[in-house]
Design a protein around this ligand. Structure first.
Ligand code: CLF
Ligand code: SF4
Length: 515
């Protein structure tokens, strides 16, 4: 942590230091209570031109998401298809959790907002347009916004997310606009399955329904994906996992998108609740459990990287994945802000981030080197409370989510996150919330925190989850590997037997963040 705090000292006044400052003490009452995208090490093995594109993109690189932020601007309200998991009153569920966008923006308002965020959050490296409708159903506003941002803030990467229906019509414009990253949401390659997900599409001035609609959609999506790959534009495919509709089928989708050059596949859980007013929400269609999601992601893990750190963010999200700072950047606030886009300051800040990342990777590798030659069949999960920078720097009682790592003698691999309601209520802990948190991380052997109160500590121990605070403010992966080494030593010495833990019981929506 010291290096991190040191870095914070050099940051200009007015610039966000949220992720690099030590937090205040816990007020919870003891009485009451080579990284690859989507996985770990290996990213630096990528061809240099690909590495340059992903190294600071928080969605395309799991490692980067601890350090770099993205923002979305809601300039695209219309959509050209209907998904059964979307309600027009809500954000695009392809890229956002359901919830209204606070404000829709014009391209001019959007560029002002981008500059304001770039000034305050120098680790914001990516601008995405992801709704609230489909960006390519609003091509004029979408491309105008990208054009303005490219001129005003040339260091910011441009990112687009689409349902793919209109994609083949816009490939040349995308390439000309220097949009390096495109996400296509592909939920099926079989129109019969598609008909259960999409009631209609609007294409070439005509409405299509059922299997006809799904056939056109899948053809256009796959064609668009191929065209992007041919032009060297990095493509991510998002798929929404809908149990009993497309869950098994997503293995086929994985193969189809891999063969058409997709770089990364992000299988996300369906978010479905009656109050969203969606077809799936109203007919009781459930989302997958954490275990079902992980099993499918594991089954698809192959040559194409699987993204496991998606937070299904809002179409106006701002900040690190897993946090939402959009409320700090309303149009009114942005208009009042002193906006000074300072490329030099941003580069200097990001240079310090890179130093910290290098130190983190080196520390994990050093720790892992001690495992050299050691083999064990034991793998287990641990939960980590963090607010960014790859550090164990969050109190148990303040955590809004726990990141989950799978530990083995190969190292520590990020495999997901669990959103929770904050336990500490400013002076006391909420017992129901503690129970929910423990159910949510029930499949983990330990929880790493910077600090924890006596009550949650003893409850966790009773539940067989070891609270670990000895690595406070240290790097996550290095610490997890060190802890795992000592765990294996204890097993070897016969101090206890390793037992597999049962699945976590997750309430609907807990796989996603509050962002
Ligand atoms: Fe936005 Fe999407 Fe670009 Fe990222 S989000 S347009 S690729 S900058 Fe990221 Fe958010 Fe998941 Fe999307 S975590 S919902 S994958
Ligand atoms: Fe909703 Fe996005 Fe589907 Fe359009 S593409 S219906 S905005 S989820």
């Amino acid at each position: 942590m010291n290096a991190v705090v040191e870095r914070g000292k050099h940051v200009k006044a007015g610039v966000d230091r949220g992720t690099i400052m030590q937090s205040a003490g816990c007020r919870a009452s003891a009485k009451t209570g080579q990284a690859s995208c989507g996985s770990q090490a290996g990213q630096r093995d990528l061809p240099s031109e690909i590495w340059e594109k992903v190294k600071d993109h928080p969605c395309y690189s799991e490692e980067a998401h601890h350090h770099y932020a993205r923002m979305h601007v809601a300039v695209a309200p219309a959509c050209n298809i209907q998904c059964n998991y979307c309600n027009r009153k809500y954000d695009c569920a392809n890229e956002s959790r359901p919830g209204v966008v606070s404000e829709k923006l014009t391209p001019e308002q959007a560029v002002r907002k981008v500059l304001a965020v770039a000034t305050r959050i120098p680790q914001m490296t990516v601008l995405g347009i992801a709704g609230p409708g489909d960006p390519l159903a609003n091509p004029v506003k979408t491309f105008k916004t990208f054009e303005l941002v490219a001129k005003a803030a040339p260091d910011i990467k441009l990112c687009l997310s689409t349902n793919g229906l209109a994609l083949p019509d816009h490939i040349d414009t995308i390439a000309r606009s220097k949009i390096d990253h495109v996400t296509v949401t592909i939920n099926m390659v079989d129109p019969e399955i598609g008909a259960k997900i999409y009631p209609w599409i609007f294409f070439n001035h005509k409405r299509y329904t059922g299997i006809d609609a799904a056939k056109i959609l899948t053809d256009r999506q796959l064609q668009g994906l191929e065209m992007l790959s041919e032009r060297g534009i990095l493509c991510k495919v998002n798929s929404v996992m809908i149990p009993n509709i497309n869950d098994d089928h997503l293995v086929e989708v994985n193969k189809a998108v891999k063969s058409r050059g997709a770089f990364l596949h992000n299988i996300m859980p369906l978010i479905s609740a009656p109050e969203h007013g969606t077809v799936f929400g109203l007919n009781g269609q459930r989302g997958p459990t954490a275990q079902e999601l992980k099993a499918l992601q594991d089954a698809c893990e192959g040559e194409i990287k699987m993204m496991r750190h998606c937070r299904q963010c809002r179409a106006d999200a701002v900040g690190l994945l897993g946090e939402d700072r959009s409320a700090e950047f309303t149009t009114d606030q942005v208009m009042r802000m002193d906006v000074q886009y300072d490329l030099e300051m941003r580069e200097a800040y990001q240079g310090r981030v890179e130093d910290e990342r290098a130190a983190k990777v080196a520390a994990a590798q050093k720790e892992l080197a001690e495992f050299a030659g050691e083999m064990s069949a034991i793998t287990l999960l641990v939960a980590v409370a963090t607010k960014g920078s790859g550090l164990i720097n969050e109190h148990f009682g303040h955590a809004k989510e726990f990141q989950v790592y799978e530990l083995s003698t190969s190292g520590a691999k990020f495999v997901g996150h669990r959103r929770v309601d904050v336990y500490c209520q400013g002076g006391y802990g909420e017992e129901d919330r503690l129970s929910a948190i423990m159910r949510g991380i029930h499949d983990c052997h330990a929880v790493f925190v910077s600090k924890i109160g006596g009550c949650p500590k003893s409850n966790l121990i009773k539940a067989g989850i070891e609270p670990v605070d000895q690595y406070a403010h240290e790097f996550i992966e290095k610490s997890a590997i060190a802890w795992f080494k000592s765990y294996l030593d204890k097993v070897k010495r016969g101090e206890f037997q390793h037992v597999r833990r049962g699945g976590a019981a997750l309430p609907q929506g807990s796989l996603i963040s509050a962002a």
